[in-house]
Design a protein around this ligand. Structure first.
Ligand code: SF4
Ligand code: SF4
Length: 227
């Protein structure tokens, strides 16, 4: 899922400084699961903003809503009505959601209430770990299901680097060297032969360095053509 965390309240207060009435808009997708932008966080942020503004002597009125997903136009139809009731919206969706809301309603003053940080897993309560960078050319069949792009500090495809010590990464003694992990896993699986391939320089265009990526599935576009 996409991991996000709420921006400092001072930063959000700066964004909404000119306004007297705003909406705080949550999303029940990834940001709700990682406790950054679901119903509970919408309520908490709206209340904190109102309190802070009251202390500043500039009371703020809020409307609180949470949509199923802000990254899908299907669920953004109510925004047409909401935007007429407020001067601005603080969205607690990830950057994808905020971008889509702004594209669909260009006159809407919408501001990000969270920082979108990475694609991660939730290995334990209250912990999230980066696992993938969405590089568009997955190679973890050769690394025991461990992503060296997301999990190696130097994104090495032919690791480890010279700084790997006792199974730890040189950037931080608490961080495992991912290439040690790859080696250990492949060895345990009897698949060390998968490490004999030397990777050439990676083509980073599928990873997004050739401009924004887009995927089209004509077989799913029947309804678009009818419309
Ligand atoms: S190789 Fe690319 S697609 Fe596969 S897990 Fe790593 S970043 Fe994600
Ligand atoms: S020590 Fe291992 S994880 Fe750290 S940068 Fe070097 S190869 Fe990558």
């Amino acid at each position: 899922m996409i991991i996000a965390e709420r921006k400092p309240i001072e930063r959000i207060l700066q964004m909404i400084e000119p306004y007297q009435k705003i909406a705080v808009l949550g999303c029940r997708g990834c940001v709700a699961i990682c406790s950054a932008g679901g119903d509970r966080e919408v309520e908490t942020l709206a209340s904190a903003l109102r309190l802070a503004r009251k202390k500043q002597g500039k009371p703020l009125e809020t409307i609180e809503e949470t949509y199923v997903r802000q990254c899908d136009p299907e669920y953004l139809k109510p925004l047409a009505e909401l935007k007429e009731k407020v001067e601005a919206v603080v969205s607690l969706a990830c950057g994808v959601g905020v971008n889509l809301c702004a594209d669909l309603y260009p006159d809407l003053k919408i501001y990000p209430g969270v920082d979108t940080t990475f694609y991660g897993a939730n290995p334990a309560l209250g912990e999230w770990e980066e696992k993938c960078r969405g590089c568009g050319d997955c190679i973890i069949d050769l690394t025991g299901g461990i992503c060296p792009i997301a999990r190696c500090a130097k994104n090495l495809l032919n690791g480890p680097c010279g700084g790997s010590q006792n199974g730890k990464c040189e950037i931080n003694p608490d961080t495992p060297c991912v290439w040690q992990e790859v080696y250990d896993r492949l060895k345990a699986r009897g698949e060390l032969d998968r490490l004999t391939k030397i990777w050439p320089a990676k083509n980073w265009i599928p990873a997004g360095y050739g401009g924004p990526r887009r995927r089209v599935r004509p077989d799913l576009q029947i309804n678009n053509k009818k419309a």
